[in-house]
Ligand binder design. Structure first.
Ligand SMILES: [Zn+2]
Ligand SMILES: [Zn+2]
Length: 148
């Protein structure tokens, strides 16, 4: 990933944290950098492994703060391991493939064509229900390649 991308990310993260009265500490910067490097959501253990100088005790707390500020999102999975990624507002719109057996999570993108079709249908369904839809989030559950 190009560095200017990380610079942009850091600037956005700093702004969000400031707006929520939090500081963008070095540990929080290392969490953002590690999630930026990863190509799918990370468990805490994977994050501790990937991040520079991260310790378990403070990483939990920092993730809560980053989630509160909207920098990080927790991906809901069927297993007990919470997984974290940078919020879609800071990265790009995507979906997840979540394995019911091993809990593995992969980022997954739909074609623009399918996204447009989906949004069209959802807008229509929303209108019928008297609801104005702003965005969608859609995770797919099933069996991954190594489990099937
Ligand atoms: Zn993701
Ligand atoms: Zn979508």
């Amino acid at each position: 990933m190009p560095t200017d991308d990380l610079d942009r990310l850091n600037a956005q993260a700093a702004k969000l944290l400031t707006a929520h009265a939090h500081r963008f500490t070095t540990a929080r910067q290392h969490i953002v950098a590690a999630l930026h490097e990863a190509d799918s959501p990370l468990t805490i253990l994977q994050l501790l492994d990937a991040g520079e100088g991260l310790v378990q005790s403070t990483t939990y707390r920092n993730l809560v703060v980053l989630e509160d500020a909207g920098v990080v999102t927790r991906v809901i999975t069927p297993d007990d391991h919470a997984r974290y990624e940078l919020d879609e507002h800071l990265t790009h719109h995507h979906h997840h493939l979540i394995c019911n057996d091993c809990g593995d999570v992969k980022d997954f993108e739909l074609s623009d064509n399918l996204e447009n079709k989906l949004d069209g249908e959802l807008q229509e369904a929303g209108r019928t229900a008297g609801f104005r839809i702003e965005r969608h989030s859609l995770d797919l559950f099933g069996t991954c390649k190594s489990c099937s």
